[in-house]
Design a protein around this ligand. Structure first.
Ligand code: BES
Ligand code: MN
Ligand code: ZN
Length: 488
């Protein structure tokens, strides 16, 4: 989808197949674009509203035929409730989904004087609502998506802000495609190839792919231990973005973004039950979000050094797999007793966090991981679990997520939880047989590998994958967090 800004008054020139106007709940006056549509339609819109057919509820949508009266065959009236940014995102989502069903190739958003945050939310919403994963549907796979062009008509957002929204929407969809692609095609090698292709097209973005040989030399025994059971070789994907110019205030800061990319998680020898196991192709959603966010951040030219570190492997049971009770040694020399081979995410993240601080020189960190079923039990699909070692950084990350619609709820860390990660045999254990505080325990484990730097862990097991499909959760959060850090 191409998104461009048109000046107000260019609505009919936009030659859209579908014009979207926005209406709030309650019976206040219509905003200018909706009022203009109402006038063009001889009062049809306000009549439908008076009858309650147009409620203005967030996410509600009513399509009216214009009879050619507005320079477009149809107008969609999208509810924005009280007018929050989230409401605008929901309205965009509903419009995108309907535009796709209507095969509307060109969609115009009559945004009026809505501000950049609302326009961004609507654009991201349209792209998300129109998204379908069709690569494996014979006959549909090669076709261009039905919604090809999106025009933003209005004066509240600048061309640069619309461009930013367009790039963000595209990156979110790209992360969803990576996550949705089945594991026989989305191997660690394939994910690395995507990172290489991204870096090749964006100045200032460099990629380095570490394979088994390099990982052995680095003593990344935790990642190698998980990969041992698989015929697919592991990869540590490192993306480095160096801006053309840095801001004074952010000099010296390097933001480290780490994402779990287990391209398929069978559980290993501690094998998972077969029901629903196909969803474990999505266990690389965090890594996918980091790869695409790195492309987006580099493309945006943010004046801040950013490094992305994505450990990628399959987790398979086999004659060469790590077994319960085996001990592995992470890059920082700490030994880990592998009690449960299904707690593999924290193992590969341990080495990735070590790499991010010691080799890539990240000064502060955020990691994204579909890490625990426990966070799904605690928070469901609405909020991700947010853990942090530094109150100020944690609040900055939470706020960056909220603005993007990537909602995060603060969860605790405390030395009182350390007992759970102790091992009788090694420095640490990767799992406890006590069925308590599973998500906290995982976070407490990761903290051991962050070298005391400001760090946040975002457990996206519930929000990164919904109904067996990727959501692109985290891409918007990372863009906002990088911009905010660069600006301070
Ligand atoms: N990838 C899973 C977590 C997960 C579960 C993601 C459900 C999405 C939906 C992770 O590797 C895992 O298996 N975690 C275990 C940890 C346990 C063995 C300590 C879990 O949550 O059960
Ligand atoms: Mn697992
Ligand atoms: Zn996993």
């Amino acid at each position: 989808m191409q998104t461009t800004l048109k000046k107000a008054g260019e609505l009919s020139a936009a030659k859209a197949d579908l014009v979207v106007v926005f209406v709030g709940s309650g019976d206040g006056d219509l905003d200018a674009p909706a009022a203009a549509a109402d006038a063009a339609l001889g009062g049809l819109l306000s009549a439908a509203r008076a009858d309650g057919e147009i409620s203005g509820k967030p996410g509600s949508l009513t399509v009216l035929h214009t009879g050619g009266r507005m320079g477009a065959p149809r107008v969609a009236v999208a509810g924005v409730g009280e007018g929050s940014v989230d409401d605008w995102r929901a309205a965009g989502r509903a419009a995108g989904s309907r535009a796709r069903e209507l095969k509307a190739g060109t969609v115009a958003l009559a945004a009026g004087d809505a501000d950049a945050d609302r326009v961004t939310a609507a654009v991201v919403g349209v792209e998300a609502g129109a998204y379908r994963f069709l690569r494996y549907r014979t006959g549909e796979a090669g076709k261009r998506p039905p919604v090809k062009a999106l025009h933003v008509v209005g004066g509240g957002a600048s061309a640069a802000q619309v461009k930013r929204a367009s790039n963000l929407a595209t990156a979110v969809s790209a992360a969803r495609v990576l996550a949705d692609t089945p594991s026989n095609d989305m191997t660690p090698t394939a994910l690395a190839a995507r990172a290489e292709a991204l870096a090749a097209g964006i100045p200032g973005l460099e990629v380095q792919i570490l394979g088994p040989r390099e990982l052995t030399r680095l003593k990344a025994g935790a990642l190698l231990g998980v990969a041992k059971g698989s015929a697919e070789p592991p990869r540590m994907i490192v993306l480095r973005y160096t801006p053309a110019k840095r801001r004074r205030g952010s000099a010296g800061e390097v933001l480290g973004l780490v994402g779990k990319a287990v391209t398929f998680d069978t559980g290993g020898i501690s094998i998972k039950p077969s029901g629903g196991m196909e969803e474990m192709k999505l266990d690389m959603a965090g890594g996918a979000a980091v790869v695409e966010a790195m492309g987006l951040i580099a493309q945006s030219g943010i004046p801040l050094g950013v490094v992305g570190v994505v450990p990628s492997t399959e987790n398979m049971p086999s004659g060469t797999a790590t077994k319960p009770g085996d001990v592995v040694t992470a890059m920082n020399g700490r030994t880990i007793e592998v009690i449960n081979t299904d707690a593999e995410g924290r193992l590969i993240l341990a080495d990735a966090l070590c790499y991010a601080t010691s080799k890539a020189k990240a000064t502060r960190l955020i990691d994204f991981a579909t890490l625990t079923g426990a966070i799904v039990v605690a928070l469901g699909e609405v909020y991700a679990g947010l853990f942090g070692s530094d109150a100020e950084w944690t609040e900055a990350v939470r706020a960056a997520g909220e603005a993007a619609g990537d909602l995060c709820w603060p969860m605790p860390l405390h030395d009182g939880y350390r007992g759970l990660i102790e091992s009788k045999v090694a420095d640490l254990s990767n799992s406890s047989n006590k069925r308590q505080a599973g998500a906290v325990y995982a976070a407490q484990f990761l903290r051991e590998f962050t070298d005391g730097r400001p760090w946040c862990h975002v457990d996206i097991a519930g929000t990164g994958m919904i109904n067996g499909a990727g959501t692109g959760f985290g891409v918007g959060l990372m863009l906002n967090a990088a911009e905010a850090l660069a600006a301070r």
